[in-house]
Design a protein around this ligand. Structure first.
Ligand SMILES: Cc1ncc(COP(=O)(O)O)c(C=O)c1O
Length: 385
């Protein structure tokens, strides 16, 4: 392999800065006094499990999405298992999901008793409807689209497939709170959906957290039972359940941030805009669609995932210059984990995993830092004489 070309000097004032991919401590420091007051208040009240703060947050979440029910759960993985079980998935039912996702998507199907069936992704990195169509069998029961990177899939196509084949849709909306397709929020297309509040998520808590949302009264009833040992309000056990409740303290912390959610989304979209304006035109890099470039999509940019030529070299160059990046899920699509036993080739997904790279995208990143990162990337691809 040829050695990398000699590069021009990066001129940004942020040079030699350290820009982590995600600054976990920074997320706390930004609102430290407020968060500590919430923690103190919850502990002083001794209000830990299924208390008022949780109910208030669930109400706010449901109102934001325009759905009748939202339930805080331990994490999105549990949320998806519970959603599938509540929706009546039966042992052996096949559930189609995109292999460009976290293993949690597929694991939720397996733990709910189903058979996860991985399919390919399209140019937008999201589930490819044609690949879904090709994977449908008489055992298929559901499609689990993943609203990845803060972008909602082309849900017209997914809904059409679900209708044509009599399938239910359960959305993995772990990364997509607030994103919309044709004005409709991610998480409101299927019979149920799960969101994640993992610390690095757009709305993140200080530990694990998640939610299940639904518009179906019977699914809502079952989700509520399933997350709390199968117990109803009288204490009677109606079914085998889980212990997967969003902690009251985490709910209070999430609710405080959720009050500013519109500004949070707006800032992330502005970072995406800046990356787009500074990096567009670079032949070696494919950018995600810029905010507002497609009227059907309102993206919230959980991640800013680019595709790049000589991706690993670029990543090393950014790292050498203090910029943290991530290749999602260690660079392995779900269907390629040998232990899981999938036997399928998904060419678009496999090619994507050779090229994809996530740049810093969070509330701690400044405009100057984005400019520095973009300058480094341009510099990397611009050999000097
Ligand atoms: C697409 C996707 N699905 C599911 C999950 C699982 O979420 P959790 O960590 O809350 O269980 C994640 C978490 O990062 C995710 O990115």
């Amino acid at each position: 392999m040829s050695s990398p070309p000699k590069r021009s000097a990066v001129t940004s004032t942020v040079s030699r800065a350290v820009i982590p991919f995600f600054n976990y401590r920074g997320a706390f420091a930004a609102r430290e006094d407020e968060f500590l007051e919430i923690v103190r208040d919850v502990i002083r009240r001794g209000a830990f499990i299924q208390q008022r703060d949780l109910a208030d947050f669930e109400e706010a979440l449901a109102a934001f999405l325009g759905v009748p029910w939202a339930f805080g759960v331990g994490n999105a993985t549990d949320g998806l298992i519970i959603a599938l079980r509540a929706a009546g998935l039966q042992p052996g039912d096949e559930v189609i999901f995109p292999s460009h996702t976290m293993v949690a998507t597929a694991a939720s199907v397996a733990h709910a008793g189903g058979v996860p069936v991985p399919v390919d992704c399209g140019a937008d990195h999201l589930i490819d409807p044609a690949s879904v169509e090709a994977a449908v069998t008489e055992r298929t029961r559901a499609i689990m689209p993943v609203q990845l990177n803060g972008r909602t899939c082309d849900m017209d196509a997914i809904e059409r497939l679900a209708r044509d084949h009599g399938l239910m849709i359960v959305e993995d909306a772990a990364q997509a709170l607030g994103s919309r397709f044709k004005g409709k929020p991610a998480g409101t297309f299927g019979v149920a959906a799960a969101f994640s509040f993992y610390p690095a998520k757009i709305l993140g808590c200080f530990g694990d957290g998640g939610a299940v949302v639904t518009g179906d009264p019977e699914i809502a009833r079952r989700v509520k039972l399933l997350r709390d040992h199968g117990r109803n309000e009288e204490g009677d056990v109606e079914m085998w359940g889980f212990n997967s409740r969003l902690d009251n303290m985490q709910a209070a912390i999430l609710h405080a941030q959720f009050r500013d959610y519109d500004e949070i989304i707006s800032r992330r979209r502005s970072i995406a805009h800046l990356y787009d304006s500074l990096l567009s035109g670079l032949a070696e890099v494919t950018l995600p669609p810029a905010p507002g470039s497609d009227p059907d999509h309102f993206d919230v940019f959980q991640n800013y995932e680019i595709e790049a030529e000589r991706r690993d070299e670029l990543r090393a160059y950014l790292s050498k210059n203090g910029v943290g990046t991530i290749i999602q899920w260690g660079g392995t699509p779900v269907h390629k984990f040998a232990a899981l036993g999938f036997d399928v080739e998904l060419p678009a997904t496999e090619r994507l995993f050779e090229r994809c790279l996530m740049l810093p995208m969070n509330m701690m990143v400044t405009d100057d830092e984005v400019a520095y990162i973009a300058e480094l990337i341009r510099d990397f691809y611009t050999p000097t004489a």
